[in-house]
Design a protein around this ligand. Sequence first.
Ligand code: GAP
Length: 436
Amino acid sequence: MIKNSSEKAMNKLVALCKRRGYIFQSSEIYGGLDSSYDYGPLGVELKKNIKEFWWQSMVQTREDIVGLDSAILMHPKIWEASGHVEGFNDPMIDCKNCKRRFREDDERVKDKCPVCAGELTEVRQFNLMFKTQMGAVAEDASIVYLRPETAQGIYVNFVNVMQSSRQKIPFGIAQIGKAFRNEITPRNFIFRTREFEQMEMQFFVKPGSDGEWFEYWKEQRINWYDDLGIKKENLRFRQHGKDELAHYAAAAFDIEFKYPFGWKELEGVHNRTDFDLKRHTEYSGKDLQYFDDATRERYTPYIIETSAGCDRTLLTCLVDAYDEEELEKDTRTVLRLSPKIAPIKAGIFPLVKKDGMPEIGHKITDDLKKHMPVFYDESGAVGRRYRRQDEAGTPFCITVDSQTLEDDTVTVRERDSMQQDRVASDKLLEFLKDRI
Ligand code: GAP
């Protein structure tokens, strides 16, 4: 029953995403590629807004964090040092008959293959990193990996960034970028995919102050989702037990969100200790210690990591914003996205396609689009135009009507309350900016 309602909720969201141009199945005309998705015109705007909001909060508005954009392909030794070659595994079981692969913890897997009832293999470790070859000759020396996390690009640049930006500990390095994992069971739309984007920040601190900074970042990060407009009651922390800690972590908390398929991880906040920098010192032979001028101390910094998935945040925004409102005659589907991140800020409609209304509508569109993304629409009944923008998550709709011709005011309808205000055309920008 729960499964059915959760599937139904997700199916509705997936259909809306396609209908309104948020997310499409990748390679759809070829039958699709499992767990790969493309962001359409509205999806790409929403994703960009989320990334900008994160960057603003984590880098732009702080003096103790700087940015980085490191390469996806890095020296293969990095992944030996990080422990990913040896330890980034999922235990899995194969079917000897149909060759399907299952995670060991898949509830469907008992004695036989849940798909064809074939015989199963023993549990084997399956490394989640994508391997590829660099250069034309296929030999071991040329094997490189697609990074499974952006964090390592930060660690190996720790000294470069610190020296060039003249930062002193405590300070952080932030990065947004693609990561790849050959997940055995990608599922739940864009929740778990094999190619995804991360928004990660590594904060370097003096050993001993790590506990305090860990608490600080937990607080900062959960508040960020609140600022993003996610409902508080859909967010919570979950502490990792000793047996589930990643190989690098001394302590870890997930920020979880209540998805239709249950409470699941949205972001991880980890105390990675000095594990990564010490391992890179060992494997590269380069000194990655910090020298404190004031106290004359030399030490390997501890790292507090905040690691968020960009695609997962986007899914979270959509799930949290999706609503079906029962009206007198029908049901209104509305995406109650925060105006801060909504892809289109206002729809502009002439009531009818005559009497100079389209010209006024175009003029308003041209004026506003210098400041924010807006969308002009004159097709169909105005009620249908409102509904299309409700589904797209557009917070305001501006209608040019017969009164506009008399007093140069327009109707501004707010998406969530459907309340309508009369606003003078020359005050529109101010009106919208105040509310966005
Ligand atoms: N650097 C630490 C790290 O990567 P993680 O908990 O494995 O930690 C961090 O991943 C975040 O990246 C997750 O909370 C999630 O938002 C996102 N993420 C991880 N795997 C993902 C996948 N297969 N698809 C989409 N997002 C993923």
